[in-house]
Design a protein around this ligand. Structure first.
Ligand SMILES: [Zn+2]
Length: 447
């Protein structure tokens, strides 16, 4: 059967509606802003949130609403053959399943004036975008090389696309609209949430778990077709401040202690082999990401990552020791070091309920895809949500080269993500999954 690169006829049917939604969503500038003073950090996220509420209501999710912090929530009630196969007692009814995506886009590349361009039936060559000479070179992008024949969506070369995570938002809206229009399809109650400010690490902060009411959820925020991610980095952030002694350079002899020079020495003393650019797979790193300096004060922001808590601690100890040793050589300088936990590897929170990841793998297989289970060298809303009591692995969206002007997504793979959500709903009505949370305390009784 010729499916033009689609994983199923369902995916092919869902594709036009999904693409139309993505094109509409990316036009709204929802870039989040670091060091926020309100939630959401930017007005555009509220604009998209209000648009999504309207679309969800139109699709039949009548309770769709946006709260004062910009979180959109909606319910699709159980349907299909659920009631017929499983007696609807409190213990055996399938739990409500959560579907989550984030509305904001990364502050790391321009996000205003995004114009989606669809390159139909990709021929395998370079894709040259109209602005800034931005080029997608398949030689440098093995994932793109594998998408010959797909319809590739890009921006125009001077902005990000915003498939991270509007591809996830579009996949969820498309899937729940399809399920709402087909009441014969089996599904548990689905709870949808679109979060603000994920890209600045705040997506989970004001997430109302009790109101959400689902015992587990999925973020639709991954990349390559078939990905299911149940491991993320554990993450610390360190702020190193060096105080020097500032004196007019003309009178500085024997008096000036230059904080900037000390800060630069700390950065230079960190091992080259423990950087993001020199590590991969399960290796962690120390990444100085910002440096501000004058003669009187220097500030270094560094992020520290590993999948393993002990190794994470040892990277942080190395960073601390390095800073202390450099500053100790100049007794008149003073060092401050603040360490903040950003998020934790979700794996230990997912292990007690293996059905959550197993259901996603079953859904991906139903869509005719071999699941790719790989750790994420980063975090998601799900990292913190899992830690807060909502086990939340991450599922692919079909988007790539996130946070850059080369961001692209395959229509076929985005449609596969939407179809996978439809399958996932069916999987959760099967008895072996529907009973996964039997006897476990619901979140609302802990409130
Ligand atoms: Zn994302």
């Amino acid at each position: 059967m010729d499916r033009d690169g689609y994983t199923s006829t369902l995916a092919k049917d869902l594709a036009p509606g999904l693409l139309e939604r993505l094109e509409r969503y990316v036009r709204i500038d929802t870039q989040s802003r670091r060091d926020r003073t309100s939630c959401p950090s930017t007005e555009g996220q509220l604009e998209l949130g209000r648009l999504l509420v309207g679309e969800l209501r139109m699709a039949g999710l009548a309770d769709a609403a946006i709260d004062e912090n910009g979180y959109v929530m909606a319910t699709l009630t159980a349907g299909g053959s659920v009631g017929a196969e499983i007696p609807p007692s409190k213990d055996t009814r399938p739990p409500a399943i959560g579907l989550i995506a984030h509305m904001d886009t990364s502050p790391d590349a321009p996000g205003r004036g995004v114009e989606a361009i669809v390159h139909r039936s990709y021929d395998g060559g370079k894709i040259v975008l109209p602005r800034e000479g931005t080029t997608l070179d398949p030689e440098a992008m093995p994932e793109l090389q594998a998408k010959v024949g797909h319809d590739i969506v890009t921006a125009s070369g001077d902005t990000l696309l915003g498939a991270d995570d509007k591809a996830g938002v579009a996949a969820i809206v498309t899937a729940v609209a399809h399920l709402a229009a087909h009441p014969e399809l089996p599904r548990p109650t689905l709870r949808v949430c679109f979060t603000p400010d994920e890209e600045i690490g705040e997506g989970a902060t004001l997430f109302d778990l009790v109101r959400f009411g689902a015992p587990c959820a999925y973020t639709i925020d991954g990349a390559e077709l078939g990905e299911i991610q149940d491991e993320t980095f554990s993450a610390l952030e360190a702020m190193i401040t060096v105080h020097g002694v500032d004196v007019h350079p003309g009178q500085a002899t024997g008096k000036l202690v230059n904080a900037l020079r000390l800060g630069a020495r700390i950065v230079a003393a960190l091992p080259d082999e423990l950087t993001p650019e020199a590590t991969s797979g399960r290796e962690g790193f120390i990444h100085p990401s910002e440096f501000y300096g004058t003669a009187s004060v220097a500030r270094i922001r560094a992020i520290v990552r590993d999948f393993d808590e002990d190794r994470l601690e040892s990277h942080m100890a190395l960073l601390r020791r390095t800073a202390e040793e450099v500053v100790a050589k100049e007794p008149r300088a003073r060092l401050e070091l603040d360490v903040k936990r950003q998020y934790s590897n979700m794996r230990r929170y997912l292990e007690p309920v293996p059905e959550v990841v197993a259901a996603a793998e079953a859904a991906i297989r139903m869509e005719g895809i071999e699941p790719l289970r790989e750790p994420i060298r980063g975090g998601t809303d799900g990292s913190r949500l899992s830690e807060m009591g909502l086990p939340t692995p991450n599922i692919f969206t079909g988007g790539h080269e996130y946070h850059s002007v080369r961001e692209w997504a395959s229509v076929q793979d985005m449609a596969a993500a939407a179809a996978t959500i439809v399958r996932l709903a069916e999987v959760w009505t099967r008895p072996e999954y529907a009973h996964a949370f039997r006897g476990r305390e619901p979140l609302d009784s802990r409130a």
